[in-house]
Each structure stands twice: as structure tokens, then as C-alpha cells.
Ligand binder design. Structure first.
Ligand code: MG
Length: 181
């Protein structure tokens, strides 16, 4: 079995960390999420803080534990991320070093993918985990199983989880199903 996993806001606590830097970037507090900045301001914010965010955002709770567990079950792990786009090429070495520093086990990483379905197909992904509905919609269209990482009980076309422990339970059930077939 191969599992595809997104990095930002799926494996890594990116937005929460980024919004801490946002407080330095803007003095008026009307915006609390950097994704709500205008396109211009968003790029300025990225230019000032993106690499710091990528270096310092922690892994999500229990993510490492669950990845190690999946690895022990001989599940292949492929990360597919948009990092490296918009000209932020230093994100690639920063991310590789980050994953090494945290002892994150994975089999492959694919950078610079805003659209992930072609890679998901090529890598023969059985399950893809991401926080973005749009990304998962594209992947689901190929008949690949999708799991959305989200905080709130949002409306979604995909199965939902809000923690890595829930991911583990979901995959355990999936492995059970595959065995029963
Ligand atoms: Mg993401």
C-alpha cells in the first residue's frame, strides 16, 4: 500500500506558525490569517517569512509516531507538496533538511505540485491525505481514496480526520478491509 501525504497543514503545523509571524508583519490586527492577505501583501509576507516558517513550524502532534507505525507496516510513504513554487526554490533544501532533522521516515518526496493528481496516479497512491478540498477533489476523480485533515466539522466530499491518531485508526481499518478481501 502507498500513502500520499501533503506537508503544510497536514504533516506540519504551518498556518498556526505563520500566523505568529504575521503579528510582526502587520500592525493592524484586522487580519489574523496570512491567507487572507491581498495577493501583493501575501507575497511580501512570504518573501519576509516563508523560509523561517518552514524551518520553525513543528510537526503536528503524533504525526511522527504514526508515520513510524505506517513504515513498520511496510506502507510506502510519498510526500507531495507545493513547496518550491512561486520562485521560493530554497524551500526544497530547507524541507529536506527539516525532515532529516526530525527523523521523518518517507520513501519519496515530490515538490512544486499545486496540482497533485498526476503524481498521485504515477506513484500508484492508494490513499491521499491533504487539508485542501480542491486538491483532494482532483485526486478523488481518479478513483483514489482521499482523507481530509481539518480542524472543524467542515462540509467535505472526503472522509475527515482532525488528528494523526485518527489517521492511524482510519488506516488500520483500511488495512483490515484489504486483508479481508
Ligand atoms: Mg496543505
Amino acid at each position: 500500500m502507498t500513502i500520499g501525504i501533503d506537508l503544510d497543514d497536514t504533516l506540519i503545523e504551518t498556518t498556526k506558525t505563520g500566523n505568529e509571524y504575521l503579528k510582526e508583519f502587520i500592525t493592524d490586527s484586522s487580519i489574523s490569517d496570512y491567507h487572507d492577505l491581498s495577493k501583493d501583501e501575501y507575497l511580501k509576507f512570504y518573501q519576509a517569512y516563508l523560509y523561517d516558517i518552514q524551518k520553525n513550524a513543528p510537526l503536528k502532534k503524533d504525526a511522527l509516531k504514526v508515520l513510524n507505525y505506517l513504515h513498520s507496516k511496510n506502507i510506502r510513504i510519498v510526500f507531495i507538496t507545493a513547496r518550491g513554487t512561486l520562485g521560493f526554490t530554497k524551500s526544497i533544501p530547507i524541507t529536506l533538511e527539516y525532515l532529516k532533522d526530525y527523523n521523518v521516515i518517507y520513501d519519496k518526496i515530490i515538490f512544486r505540485k499545486n496540482h497533485k493528481s498526476a503524481s498521485a496516479r504515477k506513484e500508484k497512491i492508494d490513499l491521499f491525505i491533504d487539508d485542501k478540498e480542491r486538491v483532494l477533489d482532483e485526486i478523488k476523480r481518479l478513483g483514489i481514496r482521499t482523507l481530509r485533515f481539518t480542524k472543524n466539522g467542515e462540509k467535505s466530499n472526503h472522509d475527515l480526520v482532525s488528528s494523526w491518531n485518527e489517521v492511524k485508526i482510519y488506516i488500520d481499518n483500511l488495512i483490515g478491509e484489504v486483508k479481508d478481501e
